[in-house]
Design a protein around this ligand. Structure first.
Ligand SMILES: [Zn+2]
Ligand SMILES: [Zn+2]
Length: 184
């Protein structure tokens, strides 16, 4: 576990308390509180009309109905078994934790990556299930390589078990460490 986190938006290293904790996702956000609030303030002033509370509540209710009938919370297409989102929107939600953005073009690349690597964890060989055991891992960890935080070439899909064990190691460090343990 990293004692400190790097905000994927401003790229400053901050302590854990400087990030909001999401109860539904069971993890800290990838943007620090300052970046998060600045974004929402800006969003609010741009979208005042759309954001009136009664209207928002109706939209939310309609969307919850989608989820309970097996459809994606965001787009209404058929959703993943273990998530409130379809494949693409699940990936975009994972991206919001890994990166400072969730661009749709990059989400599509990450979805293709998921499908071409055999949908298995490169470390443990476990079958990967989107919305289940699957994490987006920085090959070179973001705490040590802040310049590569937003690079989609620097991430791969791994199992949660592997992701937690890898911590702040690079892929090479992780592989050589476990090779030593294994061959001893
Ligand atoms: Zn920040
Ligand atoms: Zn969707």
């Amino acid at each position: 576990m990293e004692p400190e986190r790097i905000c994927t938006k401003c790229k400053k290293q901050k302590s854990r308390e400087d990030f909001y904790f999401s109860k539904t996702e069971q993890r800290h956000s990838s943007w620090c509180k300052i970046c998060f609030l600045a974004y929402h303030k800006n969003y609010y002033s741009k979208n005042k009309e759309k954001l009136n509370p009664g209207r928002l509540q109706n939209i939310r209710k309609a969307k919850e109905k989608w989820v309970s009938s097996g459809r994606c919370y965001t787009c209404g297409k058929s959703k993943l078994k273990n998530s409130r989102y379809c494949e693409l929107h699940y990936i975009r939600s994972a991206m919001r934790y890994a990166f400072g953005h969730s661009r749709i073009a990059d989400a599509k690349i990450l979805l293709a990556k998921f499908k071409t690597n055999g949908q298995k964890c490169p470390y443990t060989g476990e079958p990967l299930i989107l919305g289940g055991n699957t994490h987006l891992d920085h090959i070179l960890p973001r705490s040590r390589f802040p310049d590569l935080i937003n690079s989609i070439d620097n991430v791969e899909w791994v199992s949660g078990v592997a992701n937690r064990a890898k911590g702040t190691m690079t892929k090479d460090e992780f592989l050589s460490k476990y090779k030593i343990v294994y061959t001893r």
